[in-house]
Design a protein around this ligand. Structure first.
Ligand code: XMP
Length: 333
């Protein structure tokens, strides 16, 4: 725990100059720790793992092996964007695994939210471990651990109750125990973002909204089916596009679509049209412990409703969730 404590003297990284100094220091440290060995990283495309990847690419180039597992529960184009940025633009050594079938087959018929989470978390480790076993000469595992994660672990070690368990690859099997490389472990989230920008990552990636580890799995309520998951992905893409176009993307903390496992009767082309409702959620918060609902302009709500019902097969109603946290949680599952 000793070097897991942020020194009181450590200055908060608030600008490019401080970020560049941090990057230079970390590059030295990583090179010293790793030598000419290989480092493995599970690259989800989230802020933390992306910043770790960019930092390690700078420090050790192709000695870093990134594995991106597409669990089939990513948002529209998300995996494609990770491959485009890291493999094509940053020339990273990137293994892309499309594990959609593995995940969706295991999840078929499972409706309990906690069981779904457990299946997704466990299978993620299985897929990642399968890839790791195929590689030779890997000695290190890089992780996007940040300081709040460390503080949470300290609290747990002191016997306090965990708020939530973190979705990372800490549960790898015995035969795959690596030494850890955690260059962001003393940083807070806002500092990670500044470092990300200093490393040249796109603003949209560094400032992207939080996305749960189990992805769209917890927004396609109840037992996941491929058709409803597809509708969810398309509706969510429309919501994000409209928020972007209307200047809400950088302003609202988290916004997404949820599709419950119910159908209602509607009418389309003068015929009965049974479909799912798409539920829009848009919330603001500072710490995700409580949240308020964004007051979306009515005209924009109408525009989103119009587009989703016209463009997405299987959706015949759009609803806006007005519930703050508490009493609702941010996600529906
Ligand atoms: P709730 O729904 O608990 O969400 O109000 C609070 C924040 O946590 C995110 N969230 C998760 N993140 N794995 C994650 O990595 C999860 O299983 C998970 N569940 C919720 C949620 O998106 C929100 O930002």
């Amino acid at each position: 725990m000793e070097n897991n404590k942020r020194p009181e003297s450590m200055e908060r990284i608030t600008n490019m100059a401080l970020a560049n100094a941090f990057i230079a220091e970390q590059i030295e440290e990583i090179r010293g720790q790793v030598g000419n060995k290989k480092v493995l990283l599970a690259l989800s495309g989230g802020v933390d793992s992306s910043v770790v990847a960019a930092l390690l690419i700078k420090a050790i180039g192709k000695q870093l092996v990134c594995v991106h597992v597409n669990h089939g529960l990513m948002r529209k184009n998300e995996s494609e964007n990770v491959v485009e940025l890291f493999r094509n633009q940053l020339d990273a050594n990137l293994i892309y695994v499309d594990a959609t079938d593995r995940f969706l087959n295991l999840l078929a018929g499972v409706s309990d939210p906690e069981s779904k989470r457990k299946i997704i978390g466990k299978e993620f480790i299985n897929v990642f471990a399968d890839e790791a076993r195929k590689l030779e000469g890997v000695s290190f595992l890089a992780q996007g651990t940040i300081y709040p994660d460390i503080l949470e672990s300290i609290k747990q070690a002191e016997g306090k109750k965990a708020v939530k368990s973190h979705h990372n690859v800490g549960g790898l099997p015995e035969d795959l125990q690596f030494e850890l490389v955690e260059p962001l472990k003393l940083l807070f989230k806002d500092e990670v973002r500044v470092v990300g920008e200093a490393l040249g990552l796109p603003h949209a990636m560094v400032y992207r909204q939080p996305f749960p580890g189990p992805g769209l799995g917890v927004r396609c309520l109840g037992a996941i089916t491929r058709d409803r998951l597809h509708a969810l992905r398309e509706a969510d893409a429309i919501l994000r596009e409209e928020f972007d176009k209307n200047g809400l993307a950088g302003k609202v903390w988290q916004y997404f679509v949820v599709i419950p496992d119910i159908k209602s009767v509607g009418v389309k082309d003068e015929s009965r049209y049974e479909g799912w409702p798409a539920i829009i959620r848009a919330v603001n918060t500072t710490d995700a412990m409580s949240a308020t609902v964004e007051e979306i302009p009515y005209a924009l709500l109408r525009q989103i409703t119009d587009r989703i019902t016209k463009e997405v097969d299987g959706i015949n109603r759009v609803l806006y969730d007005l519930t703050p946290k508490p009493v609702g949680t941010i996600e529906w599952e």
